[in-house]
Design a protein around this ligand. Sequence first.
Ligand SMILES: C[S@@+](CC[C@H](N)C(=O)[O-])C[C@H]1O[C@@H](n2cnc3c(N)ncnc32)[C@H](O)[C@@H]1O
Ligand code: SF4
Ligand code: SF4
Length: 351
Amino acid sequence: MHIASNFVAVESLVARPALRRLPDKDFKTLELSHDPKFVLTGLEIGLSSNCNFHCDYCCAYELNDRSLMTSRRAIEILESVDTLQRVKLSGGEVLIYFDECVRLIEYCTERGLQTQVNSNGSLLNAEKIARLETAGLGCLHVSYNFTRAAEFGAYYKQPEAMFHRIEENIRIAAASRLEVVTETVMFRSTQYRLPEIHHRVHALGVRKHEIQNGIPIEKNDWAEVLSGSEVEQAIENLVANRHPGVALYFSCIDIDPAGNFYPRVMELLTTQQIHFPSCIEGRNQLHIHSNGDVLICELGHAKVIGNVNSGTELKKLLDDKPPALVDFLERRNNDACSCVIRTLAQPAAAH
Ligand SMILES: C[S@@+](CC[C@H](N)C(=O)[O-])C[C@H]1O[C@@H](n2cnc3c(N)ncnc32)[C@H](O)[C@@H]1O
Ligand code: SF4
Ligand code: SF4
């Protein structure tokens, strides 16, 4: 396996005074805030894109490219950015490299950074959940798209026992101090099932449910993306049948400020339980792949705007704004490779 790392001694870098309390762990704080634009407060690190699943919808960059960024190298990169508030570990299934994840979370905790791990939930158990908790992990974000073992097994081509293991892991984690968020992708297979999924995650103990709009991927045979009106109908159906004890986060929803759905979104925000997070990619957040590539957003057709192993300085990137970032921000690309979703700019009074 190729290890994308320059080994240097970083122990000295992590020697910091102990914190009095763990970092704040509120999910989506950055996306729901009014932070100054073009300050790098969030970093998503794809420690490895290797995965034990083969989801049809997967948009992970360079999936299964067999490379791993060690926690040492990741810490080195994090040390170069003093504006950070949150670090997300994603992949692939990063929990394949459990010890590397724990080391990185411990570093972040010590530095006072919020942490999130994105996982399919399949590789955890009670002991590992306890270790993540001890390391100071803020949010464990677990994919959850099917409520029946047979359907899960058929879709993911996994044994049905895997479904029960994931549910059990969600249950154990939800009973811990971790903030557990389940994420459901909104696509053809879940379009009419969102309320059922939503109530099931509540029964598992989850109190925050992210509904992620399905993003078109490079594969041209994935015909499961919903149209704008189907997305709005699915949101209305879920909102009408939602559990009052579970907060909802609708991510990557295209909201035209001059369109009919906008006033409805404003009305839903007044519940304080229904959120439409802003997209902060290329403004406050970047994604780093295990080979050092810096991406604006990993979903869909990722745009590479640098490589930290080839001299790209993360701190400068948002100020310098390479051409691909300018195109992305101005929504100028019509090559089907750049995201054109208009997410909500958070209104001052809403959150
Ligand atoms: C790339 S996965 C990595 C984490 C972990 N392996 C998992 O599946 O949860 C990160 C998140 O992206 C979501 N995702 C993957 N492909 C997507 C797509 N085409 N549209 C929207 N979300 C997608 C997954 O559901 C998951 O929540
Ligand atoms: S969505 Fe997650 S679990 Fe599925 S193949 Fe991609 S990285 Fe793996
Ligand atoms: S760039 Fe597009 S797909 Fe990526 S987070 Fe923002 S709205 Fe979502």
